[in-house]
Design a protein around this ligand. Structure first.
Ligand code: ATP
Ligand code: MN
Length: 479
């Protein structure tokens, strides 16, 4: 058996009392031909492994380079030096894998996030990225834990879909037809009957419609899977491939939906604060350091930890779209014409700058905006009594803008059919979706949380490309 080791995270919480242990990991630095800072990925903190002078071959010491993989066995003693409480006095050091210091792309110094994006295969070996991915893991775990505790069923909805009526964004085509000489119909269009699935298919933009089918039998379901959008938005908040959590609940109205979303967001943030404190403290420092470069008015008003604690300890501000338009119209920011997109009044779609104004300048807390004009929202959202708004909700987060989009769904067959016709959604193709309204229809609601935006919010990372292992964005699919 090879894996007879203790993880550094587990060792660091023990008392140093001459226990004999074996650790394995990667050398971060090797100082004074004596002190190895060893990291095994279990924690942000390195273990100091001491190779006492004279005890080891010169040949071996030369191979203790940055990122070399080693195994060390020895006794754990209180540390003489500053900066750590314990150290491992090595009796045996084996090199498991050499790392040529001349060729290793990362130096033991600060690299820019942009540089590290080009070295995404190695960036896990930096403190910043190891912390981000541990926090990402914790959030994913907390999400499943939250819904499991609430009795939701985890539903895996398809990644390849024939439905293109979801309207959430541009889709990637899935086909095995040749690019050249694809079979054609008489009118010159491509004959998808000849394609793998016998019809045109795409990568999913959302699992919602399928989740509705599950919810109206299982009661409460959630999806947590990859979604794809071929939108050419080169922003710090958009990916072409991202992960989404989509709970869908029978017997929920819009208020129930907002309550669940707020409880859910607070739960997963609290779970990360309780279980990833070391990583979050590290990331909080990183953000504070990074912001020192910025002018005062561009810096966050709160530190990362303070912000997260503020979010879990305060109610989200709830207001209607109509109220939001009033606030924006009457704001000094608008009167001084400081919005890039002017406020044109009721009916306009809100841009990210408007959302961020509401969250960051006006309310200074997360906001749940409800009841949007029907004309700017998807066909499946439930029409309100006023006949012009729908029971939609967006949750807006400080520093981020939209993080959740959701709604109560239209459960009335006749209203839904009218909406679909008006919005040119082909009802024949959606027969299965409509059947839910034909057989035992019930009020139901749900929302979608973009997982990477949540990870950004919790880690304080400014660019979404830094919170997913291998980002896919326009003109970029390396690794
Ligand atoms: P936005 O206006 O920011 O593009 P959207 O209105 O297209 O968002 P929805 O279709 O409601 O978003 O998707 C639900 C959630 O998925 C959003 O609230 C957001 O958190 C996330 N999301 C949407 N598009 C992307 C993307 N391209 N990359 C990462 N996350 C996304
Ligand atoms: Mn979008």
């Amino acid at each position: 058996m090879f894996n007879k080791r203790i993880k550094i995270k587990e060792l660091l919480v023990q008392e140093p009392q001459n226990q004999v242990v074996t650790v394995m990991g990667w050398v971060r630095t090797f100082r004074n031909n004596q002190f190895i800072a060893l990291n095994d990925g279990s924690a942000n903190t390195n273990l100091q492994v001491v190779a006492e002078l004279g005890k080891f071959d010169e040949e071996l010491l030369k191979r203790l380079t940055t990122s070399a993989a080693i195994r060390a066995t020895g006794v754990v003693v209180p540390s003489q030096g500053k900066g750590q409480i314990m150290e491992l006095k090595a009796d045996v050091i084996d090199i498991l894998g050499d790392s040529d210091a001349e060729k290793y792309p990362l130096q033991p110094k600060k690299h820019s996030l942009e540089f590290l994006r080009e070295k995404a295969h190695l960036r896990f070996r930096t403190n910043t990225f190891a912390s981000i991915f541990r926090v990402r893991h914790t959030l994913a775990f907390a999400i499943n834990k939250f819904f499991n505790e609430k009795g939701f069923t985890y539903l895996h909805t398809p990644i390849i879909t024939a439905s293109d009526a979801e309207g959430a964004g541009e889709m990637f085509k899935v086909t095995t037809l040749p690019l050249e000489g694809a079979p054609k119909n008489e009118d010159g269009s491509i004959n998808f009957k000849e394609d793998f699935f016998g019809r045109a298919t795409n990568l999913t933009v959302s699992g919602q419609l399928e989740a509705e089918l599950g919810a109206t039998a299982l009661g409460e379901v959630y999806t947590f899977g990859p979604t794809f959008r071929a939108e050419n938005s080169n922003t710090a908040r958009h990916l072409a491939e991202f992960w989404m959590i989509e709970p869908e609940m029978a017997f929920y109205d819009l208020e129930d939906n907002a309550n669940l979303a707020e409880e859910f967001i607070k739960y997963i943030i609290r779970y990360a604060l309780e279980n990833n404190r070391e990583d979050l403290d590290f990331l909080a420092n990183r953000q504070a350091e990074e912001e020192k470069q910025l002018p005062q008015d561009k810096r966050s008003e709160m530190g990362l930890i303070e912000k997260l604690e503020f979010v879990i300890n305060n109610d989200f501000q709830r207001l209607t779209y109509t109220e939001a338009i009033d606030i924006l119209t009457n704001s000094n920011h608008n009167k001084k014409k400081k919005f890039q997109y002017p406020i044109t009044g009721w009916g306009m779609d809100l841009q990210s700058e408007h959302e961020r104004y509401l969250v960051e300048k006006h309310f200074k807390k997360p906001v749940i905006l409800m009841n949007y004009p029907a004309s700017i929202k998807a066909f499946y959202m439930r029409l309100n009594e006023d006949g012009k708004t729908v029971a939609a909700m967006d949750i807006l987060a400080p520093g981020m803008g939209e993080i959740v989009g959701g709604s109560q769904r239209e459960e009335r067959l006749d209203v839904l059919l009218q909406k679909m016709e008006a919005m040119h959604i082909p009802a024949e193709e959606m027969w299965w979706y409509l059947d839910i309204r034909r057989f035992g229809t019930v009020p139901h609601a749900g929302f979608g949380l973009g997982f990477e935006r949540m990870v950004q919010f919790v880690t304080g990372m400014g660019n979404i490309r830094d919170v997913i292992a291998f980002p896919r964005t326009p003109k970029y699919a390396d690794f």
